[in-house]
Design a protein around this ligand. Structure first.
Ligand code: NAP
Length: 248
């Protein structure tokens, strides 16, 4: 069976690693980006050079119009999809809750929660046996912050990831009989550009001693868990989580 995967926000970091590993495992890869076209095209080029099949798609996954158009382009290019990774996400500058303005909180909620709902909706319509599909798998990229709460840094982000965990559990039960498995990964401190967006590019090195394994994680370590959850190796796992956080 042809395997096609969409990884949202996949131009850099965890998603770039996931895109490359997915291509190695035989997936057609849909690389979604918001702004960084160059990075997205580089991954697509790398995959296609190595004999894989990848296409980059610009879409803001917080916009219902963009998401609908993204999925219909994937229908045209690949005839639908069998795997979705809800990976795109943001955090904002480190702050206590009492100093967060409403627009910031809404941006985090829109980016980290609404995007997962919008993309999952469209994926279900293509994968579910209820709609004539052949099944599929969804992996949500949550965060260990959903358990720690990220005090004094990003409680809004942590709360948004806890919502992603609840979505994972509820949705997994809704679609379990329709051939779709829904799971999540909860990365800890991973070396990516996201920390620069929070105002501290070297954050992982500053706090890595809080991790029992005394190191930060690499994007490839998260990608391997995502691909395992999507694969038939995980055929009896749904509504579950893999923490990739060095024991934290
Ligand atoms: P990153 O390097 O900042 O990448 C975030 C990606 O999301 C970017 O490629 C960006 O696309 C995309 N994006 C943001 N808003 C979008 C939107 N509205 N529509 C489409 N794409 C959008 O971050 P990362 O660390 O790899 O994070 C990936 C996921 O892992 C996130 O959900 C994050 O919360 C989660 N996570 C990360 C860590 C960590 O320590 N790094 C820990 C736990 C969880 P453009 O580049 O095109 O703008």
């Amino acid at each position: 069976m042809t395997k096609t995967i969409l990884i949202t926000g996949s131009s850099r970091g965890i998603r770039a690693a996931t895109a490359l590993l997915a291509a190695k495992q035989g997936y057609n890869v849909c690389v979604n980006y918001l702004q960084n076209e160059k990075a997205a095209e580089q991954i697509v080029h790398q995959i296609n050079q190595n004999g894989g099949k990848a296409i980059a798609y610009q879409a803001d996954v917080t916009s219902e119009t963009d998401v609908k158009s993204l999925f219909s382009k994937i229908d045209d290019d690949f005839g639908g999809l069998t795997a979705l990774v809800n990976n795109s996400g943001i955090l904002e500058t480190q702050s206590r809750v009492d100093n967060m303005d409403m627009n910031r909180i809404l941006r985090v909620i829109n980016s980290n929660i609404i995007s997962c709902f919008l993309c999952s909706k469209e994926a279900i319509k293509r994968m579910s046996t209820l709609y004539g599909g052949v099944g599929g798998a969804i992996v949500n990229v949550s965060s260990i912050a959903a358990k720690t709460g990220s005090p004094n840094e990003y409680v809004d982000y942590a709360a948004s990831k806890a919502a992603v965990d609840a979505l994972t559990i509820g949705l997994s039960k809704e679609v379990a009989e329709e051939g779709i498995r829904v799971n999540a990964v909860r990365p800890g401190f991973i070396y990516t550009d996201i920390h620069a967006n929070g105002g501290e590019p070297n954050r992982v090195d500053r706090i890595k001693n809080m991790v029992p394994m005394k190191r930060g994680g690499q994007p490839g370590e998260v990608a391997k868990a995502i691909l395992w959850l999507l694969s038939d190796e995980a055929s009896f796992s749904t509504g579950t989580f893999i923490d990739i956080s060095g024991g934290r």
